[in-house]
Design a protein around this ligand. Structure first.
Ligand SMILES: *Cc1c(COP(=O)(O)O)cnc(C)c1O
Length: 671
């Protein structure tokens, strides 16, 4: 197996990174490891070429050292003064070329972790993009503890793995107390591994270095490569201890689990370092990509202030600020925010509110809830009660409450006339039973879990009209459609619909932390304002309601929408997606391709002429998703429907890969 590379950084400049790289290079080569070396940026001097010669490397020098500047300055300044700009992509490409040629790479940084390479891009960002562990080189002596601890803490807070600290002895003087105590103090205060010392080197020949460093550098701490072993251990622990949701565990126990360890942008990375395009946004939640800087930082900053305090009897800063923002962006009329922690709970709350609202104001007969066939609103008993996917519904039928199911088109496009026929049924139903109905709950325009069923224009607006006419509260469950998924912030906006209650979750924190919100009109809210003794309080609340970390993440999510102009940038991507999806319709076993914004369902069908579906037992969707995984893409199907729901931040190029891989996998499995 290939060893991964290491990134050599330091507590400052002139500490001994080059010595460390040289010493490690010689020691590793002495162990018969084929070492490559890279110095992405060099400002003055000729260290890179000296080291290249010393290690006898044959790679192209422009790959080893892509950027050289004359002046001994911070890289971005040196570049600017030379009339140039450092392009991180060029460095990353060069690294990929070199690492393909060698068993292990040593990459030497410039200065320390927070040295800028160009606008908004630090050495630390490069380390993350290269996905390398770091060794921090520190000098021995007075003053080193502070700088070393700062560097270690900074690396950790950025999610960079510190392999350890390597000390460099730059002077011939005999070791005093600081030199003797530095390593231990740093280890005790940071928990970082001490990787040894490079003794003072008066000769820099290969033999001399190996002789002097072989004992003082703990090479096995550096090259131990536990990845595969770790994966095996985690996999068996998973099977021993974890029960996975919506999973037949007997099947699971027979397979090797894929264990995700970290992520960046549109990619998930497993414990072996393999990258996978996150084609369903980690189950429909991710918005701006993984490890998005602003959201990461907002959560960290909030951790340092307050992680949790209750909303029962108290308030907290981020939950107040977020409520104001949610009301600002929500459809007009929604003015109050009730927090919880999952889509299911946001629906439970909506149901209880709608029911109790009519009880509170004296219309006691209004108790029933109408929902759609094939609807999905979550997995808690209340939300299952209004769910219309029979597979989930039947098992728990004796536990759930009775609701009224309205027949509604599913699966194949049967012409919009039928949708409106169903709306006539809704009108008739409410005409005769409206006095006993408290609410009508829908997933607006896109019924996600049913297989991305999408309604023609006007259906939602008509539903809203009928509800208003018969005094039934309209609950829109925007858990899946909210936060830009359909191309607008909320699906309701496509038809100018103003619901009475709106449920939000999934994308609300950008996909970082569990948070949900149920928004209501002032009218509903006012239906709960009574004397305490009237017992008309809304009796509901979860322990973590309004958690400050989650709310801080959600606020950052909304800020990124503004800062990145996410919705504007999304439009051409939606167009590209639509164009590429046209090609899928040609495939023999593709019955229908449905798209609204960044929600896509590709329905596979056994016989296109007779419209005979694949049977559920064939697991055709699962097979296609297995195939795409072999090609580095993660998808999760809904029965025979292949779902594409990438992060809104995905690039056109990545989107192209997602579509090509999906296309070829469908072709290979079913055509
Ligand atoms: C996912 C989803 C839910 C349930 O959300 P959880 O956070 O999984 O409880 C509810 N409604 C819709 C429309 C959903 O897509």
């Amino acid at each position: 197996m290939k060893q991964k590379g290491i990134f050599i950084t330091a507590t400052g400049t002139g500490v001994g990174k080059t010595y460390a790289s040289l010493a490690l290079g010689h020691l590793l080569k002495d162990k018969n490891i084929d070492v490559g070396y890279m110095k992405p940026v060099q400002c003055s001097g000729d260290d890179a070429s000296k080291l290249t010669n010393a290690l006898d490397l044959k790679d192209e020098f422009t790959l080893i050292n892509p950027y050289y500047f004359e002046e001994p300055l911070s890289p971005h300044i040196a570049a600017k003064r030379a009339g140039r700009r450092i392009n991180p992509h060029k460095i990353i490409k060069a690294y990929q070329k070199l690492s393909a040629e060698h068993e292990m790479m040593i990459v030497e940084g410039a200065g320390g972790l927070l040295v800028p390479l160009c606008k908004d891009y630090l050495i630390a960002d490069l380390i993350k993009d290269l996905d390398l562990d770091v060794i921090i080189v520190a000098s021995l002596g007075l003053g080193t503890i502070n700088h070393t601890l700062l560097s270690i803490n900074q690396a950790k807070s950025l999610g960079i793995n510190v392999k350890g600290v390597l000390f460099c002895n730059a002077s011939k003087k005999k070791a005093g107390i600081p030199e003797k105590t530095n390593p231990r103090v740093i280890r005790d205060f940071s928990g970082a591994d001490i990787l040894g010392q490079i003794p003072f080197l008066d000769k820099v020949g290969k033999r001399a270095i190996i002789a002097k460093c072989a004992k003082s550098i703990f090479l096995d701490k550096i090259i131990k490569s536990p990845d595969k072993v770790l994966t095996g251990r985690l996999a068996s622990m998973d099977k021993q201890y974890v029960w996975h949701p919506f999973t037949q565990m007997r099947d699971w126990l027979e397979q090797e689990p894929l264990i995700i360890d970290r992520a960046k942008g549109s990619y998930l990375i497993d414990t072996d370092g393999n990258k996978y395009l996150d084609g369903v946004s980690s189950l429909w939640v991710n918005v701006h990509g993984h490890a998005q800087k602003n959201i990461d930082q907002a959560i960290k900053a909030q951790v340092n202030k307050l992680s949790h305090s209750t909303l029962l009897g108290l308030s907290n800063t981020p939950s107040v600020e977020l409520a104001k923002e949610l009301v600002r962006i929500a459809p007009k009329g929604l003015e109050k925010v009730f927090y919880s922690d999952s889509g299911s709970t946001s629906v439970e709350i909506a149901i209880k509110m709608a029911y109790q609202y009519w009880q509170n104001i004296g219309k006691k007969k209004k108790t029933k809830i109408v929902h759609l066939e094939n609807s999905y609103h979550g997995d808690t008993l209340g939300s299952v009660s209004v769910g219309g996917i029979s597979l989930f519904h039947e098992v728990y039928s004796r536990l759930i409450f009775k609701a009224i199911k309205l027949g509604f088109p599913s699966r194949m496009n049967i012409g919009s006339g039928d949708y409106f026929k169903c709306l006539n049924k809704l009108e008739k139903l409410l005409q005769s039973e409206g006095r006993s109905v408290c609410a009508f709950i829908v997933e607006p325009i896109v019924q996600g879990a049913a297989g991305m069923i999408m309604w023609p224009e006007g259906v939602l607006r008509e539903m809203s009209r009928i509800c208003t006419k018969y005094e039934v509260l309209l609950i829109v469950d925007e858990v899946a459609t909210g936060f830009g998924r359909t191309g607008k912030m909320f699906a309701c906006e496509h038809e100018g619909v103003r619901p009475d209650i709106m449920c939000l979750a999934k994308g609300i924190t950008g996909g970082y932390l569990p948070l949900a919100a149920t928004l209501t009109t002032k009218r509903v809210f006012d239906g709960f304002l009574f004397d305490y003794k009237d017992k008309k309080t809304f009796f509901h609340g979860h322990t973590y309601t309004g958690n400050p970390l989650c709310c801080a993440a959600a606020l950052a999510n909304l800020e990124v929408f503004k800062k990145e102009r996410t919705l504007q940038k999304l439009q051409p991507k939606i167009g590209f997606l639509a164009k590429k999806l046209k090609g899928f319709e040609k495939l023999d076993r593709v019955g229908e391709v449905r798209q609204m914004g960044f929600m896509v369902g590709i329905e596979l069908i056994k016989d296109k002429r007779t419209m005979e579906p694949f049977s559920w037992e064939e697991g055709i969707g699962v097979k296609v998703c297995k195939k795409v995984r072999e090609k580095g893409v993660i998808l999760r199907p809904l029965g025979n429907v292949i779902v594409l729901m990438p992060p809104l931040s995905i690039t056109l190029k990545e989107l192209g890969v997602l579509l090509d891989v999906t296309y070829s996998s469908i072709e290979e499995i079913v055509c």
